[in-house]
Design a protein around this ligand. Structure first.
Ligand code: MIG
Length: 738
């Protein structure tokens, strides 16, 4: 086979009838792609540099670097090995279409399962557990399912057969312990991933437009994810307040209603850190306006709430009201900032009625939007909640030719429209010099650089409580760190039992936000009574004890690419019991939750992959299956005995750190790292933080600095022993000299 060496480590040859390039980006990653002039990158910030030289090229075509070998044969087959073992074989692939007439079936409301006109693709011969793909319905292990990457706002109940939700993440991990591999197709057009569904022995990938651009990653699951996020980016650390309890509803209509919510929490004695303003705070649903008849003197009001440690996050929608005299519309029209069709500004309908859509893919549009976001932040809003950015539209989907930026038709811009909306938003935070806090509904690979994600419109049904775990775990394994779903369920009426069980099941979720839709029964926790209220409060208070670990994990996610919320298989890759564990989740290495996911249930089976002790009761559970209590006021949260967990003091009701460091010691030899900074601002990026190494040496806690960049706030240390007994010491007495 012929090939061309473009430069050191970069080769060009013909594969599947296309001119392809191959290059190694590291000893864990190679890229196989169709070279295109003027290619732009979105998931990654710029074209990656091949770091590696090829050390071998012999018969047929064989390239290798470090432990990765890639061989191509005359039949266009590709075979990859890692550490001397075959990793997978692959070949170019094109979807063959079903020829029957499916229109009658469609008339009855059925969907043909495949509706792609494949332009290219790849068939990978592998039959392994599959994780990742971002925000999806269905189980943790995706084998046997297929998914379409096309950001979709479908408010009907998200069931296992859904192909698409709001985000597109063309990335997955094929799990095989230390020699797992990951695949990322960096193509923003509609693509389709079939995991051993139509062909039992294969993973099929195809796409509708654009070109082939595959990245293959190798190593253990954590290594594959780390390498993927090294390329596509990571969620920056959120402010500490964002870890507290958050309350939302569509909508709190005015100041009186919002005050009542805050008061309700106070009376019920449940901590509250943030509240959200849904679309009705705006004047006629116009972005960047506040209806002063509902929220007078918004700046003063926000400042007043801030004094009570309540942060306010307003919604911003992608659709802009088309109305002359509205500043945003006028500015956009004047400067050509809106998406166009055939050269004219394209209109559709969203909440404000007749609406237009910023051409977010253009840099000047991003700058313009960023200025308005900056203004919102300067008013005192603490974050931005980005909605309807698939983009959603009421009068049918946007035509495929709508231009969402220069040379960017909807067809290829769709999946990255929301991505660029929050990119613009993040620029606004930068201009304001503030630590980033955004939520987005739509997204693509790499979007987490700019925004965190909540999983859109779930419903108040037990199926969606159960969906939460595998959905969040797979988002996590796709490199999204700060994530959550609406606690209690968004659509439909929740029940007291469902709401309380949800609050418990979500204790470890990075985003802890209760939200519900217009017209549904009130869902704020203070509307509960009896054991429901007790259970909800206890869940929140428990969460407030684990805030330091949550914050640590989010810091490590940004700085090292580890995963905060984890399926058990991430921590226990050799334990085949947990390959598809959909009902338990871990935070970091040592916290495990096994919540009730059914009505009426008070006991359930829990599998412990190691020895654990229950939080609060300090009951010991040896590795294996056990029946545990999951009543309304039980706390099915467990600490690993071979681990150490950094906690806040019992009774902590503030989403900020204080002068007490509380540490569950675990067994002799357990250790942890802990991060301390001032909880907001950007100082930590300039070294203003402390990183501690904590170690249990024969029952004695030893603390040393891994990084010492600020004066520590800690005075006291509370040691929590395996049996729950606590001893208090002075912080200075435990610090080892440097
Ligand atoms: O079409 O702003 O997912 O969280 O409350 C509904 C109203 C529009 C959808 C979001 C939801 C939000 C709602 N929005």
């Amino acid at each position: 086979m012929n090939y061309l060496q473009i430069k050191q480590g970069q080769y060009e040859f013909c594969f599947g009838g296309k001119t392809m390039r191959l290059e190694f980006l590291s000893n864990r990653c190679f890229r196989l792609y169709q070279r295109t002039p003027n290619r732009r990158y979105y998931a990654i910030e710029s074209e990656p540099i091949s770091e590696a030289d090829v050390c071998q090229s012999e018969s047929g075509l064989e390239f290798g670097y470090s432990q990765i070998k890639v061989a191509f044969d005359e039949e266009n087959r590709l075979s990859v090995s890692y550490f001397g073992q075959e990793s997978f074989r692959a070949e170019p692939y094109k979807v063959s279409h079903e020829t029957e007439n499916l229109s009658l079936m469609a008339m009855e409301g059925h969907h043909a399962s495949r509706d792609l006109n494949g332009k290219g693709g790849i068939r990978i011969y592998a039959d392994l557990p599959i994780y990742g793909m971002g925000e999806r319905s269905g189980p943790l292990d995706k084998r046997g399912y297929d998914y379409v990457n096309w950001n979709t706002d479908d408010p009907s109940a998200h069931v296992d057969t859904f192909k698409s939700l709001y985000q597109s993440m063309p990335f997955f991990i094929a799990f095989r312990g230390k020699t797992s591999f990951g695949v990322f197709l960096d193509n923003t057009s509609k693509s389709h991933f079939d995991f051993n569904k139509s062909k039992r022995d294969s993973i099929l990938i195809d796409f509708e437009d654009g070109v082939a651009d595959y990245y293959f990653f190798f190593g253990s699951m954590p290594e594959v994810i780390q390498e993927f996020t090294r390329l596509t980016g990571r969620n920056p650390l959120v402010p500490y307040w964002a870890l507290g309890a958050q309350q939302c509803r569509w909508s709190y209509h005015d100041k009186a209603e919002l005050d009542a919510v805050i008061e309700g929490y106070a009376v019920a004695n449940i901590p509250l850190s943030a509240v959200y303003l849904d679309i009705d705070y705006m004047d006629a649903y116009k972005d960047f306006t506040v209806d002063a008849s509902k929220f007078p003197h918004i700046q003063d009001y926000l400042a007043e709430l801030r004094k009570k440690d309540i942060y306010v996050v307003p919604i911003i929608d992608a659709g802009v009201k088309a109305e002359e005299g509205y500043f945003l519309y006028d500015e956009g029209v004047k400067n050509g900032y809106f998406s166009t069709l055939d050269g004219e500004i394209y209109h559709n309908e969203v909440w404000p009625g007749d609406s237009v859509f910023p051409a977010f893919l253009d840099e000047p549009v991003q700058q313009w939007w960023a200025n308005h976001i900056q203004h919102m932040l300067e008013l005192g809003f603490a974050g931005i909640w980005n909605d309807m950015n698939e983009p959603a539209s009421f009068k049918g989907p946007l035509p495929m030719d709508v231009m969402m930026g220069k040379d960017m038709p909807h067809r290829v811009a769709h999946n990255i429209y929301g991505h660029h909306m929050v990119k613009a938003g993040a620029m606004g935070f930068e201009k304001a010099g503030k630590r980033l806090f955004q939520l987005t509904r739509a997204g693509y690979a790499g979007t987490c650089r700019y925004s965190a994600t909540w999983a859109g419109d779930n419903q108040s049904i037990y199926d969606h409580l159960r969906l939460m775990l595998p959905q969040l775990m797979n988002m996590s394994l796709s490199g999204q760190a700060y994530i959550g779903v609406d606690i209690g369920g968004f659509g439909g009426d929740t029940t007291p039992e469902l709401l309380t069980k949800w609050a418990i099941a979500a204790i470890l979720n990075p985003l802890y936000r209760n939200h519900s839709a217009m017209g549904t029964l009130p869902q704020e926790p203070y509307t509960l009574n009896g054991d429901y209220l007790l259970g909800y409060r206890k869940a929140v208070m428990t969460r407030y004890e684990i805030l330091p670990t949550l914050y640590d994990e989010l810091y490590f996610a940004e700085s090292e690419g580890s995963v905060p919320l984890r399926p058990l298989i991430y921590n226990f890759p050799d334990d085949s019991n947990v390959l598809n564990e959909n009902t338990e989740m871990m935070l970091g290495e040592s916290l495990l939750i096994a919540p009730s996911l059914f009505p009426g249930e008070t006991k359930r089976v829990c599998y412990f992959p190691d020895d654990f002790v229950q939080f609060g009761t300090w009951k010991h559970y040896a590795k294996g299956h056990h029946i545990i209590d999951v009543g309304l006021t039980d706390t099915p949260l467990f600490l690993r005995e071979n681990g150490m967990v950094v906690l806040a003091s019992a009774g902590n009701d503030k989403a900020k750190k204080n002068d007490v460091l509380r540490v569950f010691l675990g067994k002799n030899g357990s250790s942890a790292r802990h991060f301390e900074d001032d909880g907001d601002g950007l100082g930590y990026r300039n070294g203003q933080y402390n990183l501690y190494h904590l170690r249990n040496e024969g029952g004695v806690l030893r603390i040393s600095y891994l990084h010492h960049g600020m004066q520590s706030e800690y005075q006291k240390v509370i040691l929590v022993h395996l049996d729950g007994k606590e001893t208090t010491m002075d912080f200075v007495d435990l610090i080892l000299p440097a």
